[in-house]
Design a protein around this ligand. Structure first.
Ligand code: DQA
Length: 153
C-alpha cells in the first residue's frame, strides 16, 4: 500500500522555527521519523508500505500533489497543511476530489492556540485528526490508515 505524507508551508523550517512550540528537531528528522514509522507498521501489519513524503510552501503545489495522488494510486494521505489548514478551500476541494482516505496532523494542539487556528478546512475532508502529539502524530495517523486499509485485504 502507498502512504503519502504531505507537509505545508514553513514545516521545512522545523528546528529553526519557534522551537518552543515546534521542537528542535529539523525537517529531515521528521522525514526520517515518517519513513521509520512506515517500516515499523509494515512489520506490525505484515503489509508492504511504500512511503512518499512531499513538502511545499505553495498552496498550488500542494493541490497539484493531492491531485497526482489519485493518478499514482496512493492509498492513504497523511496531511499537515500547516497555515493553509485555516484558509484553504482549494486543499479541501482537492482532498474531496480524489476521495483518498486522509488524516490531518498538527504538531501542536491547534484547538488550544489562537482562535483563528480552530478552523480547519482540510479537516472537513479528513477521517481523523491527531493534533498536539508532535512527530508522534504522524505515526498515529499512518497507523490509523494502515489498519483501516489492511482490513479486508
Ligand atoms: C501546524 C499548526 C498551524 O496552525 C501552523 O500554521 C503551522 C503548523 C502544526 O503542525 O502545529 O504551520 O499545522
Amino acid at each position: 500500500m502507498k502512504i503519502l505524507f504531505i507537509n505545508g508551508p514553513n514545516l521545512n523550517m522545523l528546528g529553526l522555527r519557534e522551537p518552543d512550540l515546534y521542537g528542535r528537531r529539523d525537517y529531515a528528522a521528521l522525514e526520517e521519523f515518517c519513513r521509520l514509522s512506515c517500516e515499523d507498521l509494515s512489520k506490525k501489519y505484515s503489509v508492504e508500505i511504500e512511503c512518499e513524503i512531499f513538502q511545499s510552501n505553495s498552496e498550488g503545489a500542494l493541490v497539484s500533489r493531492i491531485q497526482e495522488a489519485y493518478f499514482d494510486h496512493t492509498d492513504g494521505i497523511v496531511i499537515n497543511p500547516a497555515a493553509y489548514t485555516h484558509t484553504s478551500v482549494a486543499i479541501l476541494d482537492a482532498l474531496k476530489a480524489v476521495s483518498i482516505p486522509a488524516v490531518e496532523v498538527h504538531l501542536t494542539d491547534i484547538d488550544s492556540r489562537e482562535e483563528f487556528r480552530r478552523t480547519s478546512y482540510a479537516g472537513l475532508a479528513c477521517e481523523k485528526r491527531f493534533s498536539g502529539f508532535g512527530f508522534e502524530g504522524y505515526r498515529m495517523a499512518a497507523e490509523y490508515l494502515v489498519e483501516r486499509l489492511s482490513k479486508g485485504k
